[in-house]
Design a protein around this ligand. Sequence first.
Ligand SMILES: Nc1ncnc2c1ncn2[C@@H]1O[C@H](COP(=O)(O)OP(=O)(O)OP(=O)(O)O)[C@@H](O)[C@H]1O
Ligand code: SF4
Ligand SMILES: [Mg+2]
Length: 341
Amino acid sequence: MEKEKLLEVKDLKTYFLLRDETVKAVDGVSFDVYEGETFGLVGESGCGKSQTCRSILKLLKRPGEIVGGEILYKGQDIVKMDKNEIRNIRGKEISIIFQEPMTSLNPVLKIKTQMFEAFHDSNMSKQEKLEKAIELLKLVGIPSPETRIEEYTHQFSGGMRQRAMIACALGARPKLLLADEPTTALDVTIQDQILKLINSLKDELKMSVILVTHDLGVVAQMCDRVAVMYAGIIVEMTDTVTLFSKPRHPYTYALMGSLPDQSKRGSRLEPITGAPPNLANLPAGCPFAPRCRYAEEICTKERPDIFEIDPGHFTRCHFPEKVRTFTGIIDVPKEEVGNNG
Ligand SMILES: Nc1ncnc2c1ncn2[C@@H]1O[C@H](COP(=O)(O)OP(=O)(O)OP(=O)(O)O)[C@@H](O)[C@H]1O
Ligand code: SF4
Ligand SMILES: [Mg+2]
């Protein structure tokens, strides 16, 4: 059976309009998220992953602004929604887990109060809310939830805070969860637990997930499809197995070269030589050209368009076949690539 599209992001542009310059944080990003899938957004720091997520819920901080494009959720354009309309979606249909739990949990409120706020259901009695909150804390693996629910965020460890934030985000049983680096800053064992938790809740609640990460190991473990971002644009997008077995963009390949080995799992990617471009002053051609080992003259002059190189596999490169030719990449048998999809 064909899966339905839950979210369609079309040519999204989110800019920071500063006095002297415009930072093009998201510059024409398009992707779909299907019901029940985990869609990964991966790329180096500053490439626009978080601003893409924030745009989906219109949670941009000024002077950030959506200046173009559409974000269709169940066919309705979020970009055009007013404050009341977006309130009916935020935290109910779509929830977000932020990179840093302390920015979304309030230190002066009890966990209980914050969870009650997340329910958005005025028909529930206090007792019902309490029972539901305890059930959710149990679900995310917080021990003794009956007593811990009366505590404040600062009494929780980093891992527990992340769990509490996930419990708040799931309070309304959303159809779509935006998980922005949900495991950054947590130790490896807790990272694994949280990722497994998101996976099992995804199945239980039949939700879709957009998972933002630096870590290609996490992508392999969690995602059905993935978009690789670079300098505010998507440079490659395909299913996870294909991404690892047949990458068709030099940047994706470079990211794989910097994949931390198993003993360093969970650590950040080793940086690729050279720095990403200034998003306020992008080069005329391919933004990856100054760092790309395959760049030719055309790359510095003409920005490549994204195109479908194989069914469902998109790349944005003038010479995608070079990744295969010059690196001697051989296609890895599918069973050797971890994927839950
Ligand atoms: N307040 C701001 N003013 C100006 N530019 C900003 C502001 N916040 C973000 N940006 C720009 O937006 C770009 C994208 O930021 P974003 O937070 O989406 O990156 P990211 O991919 O999530 O990075 P990280 O992996 O470090 O979280 C940044 O490179 C930065 O230049
Ligand atoms: S377009 Fe050119 S510079 Fe850009 S990734 Fe492809 S080969 Fe490299
Ligand atoms: Mg981010």
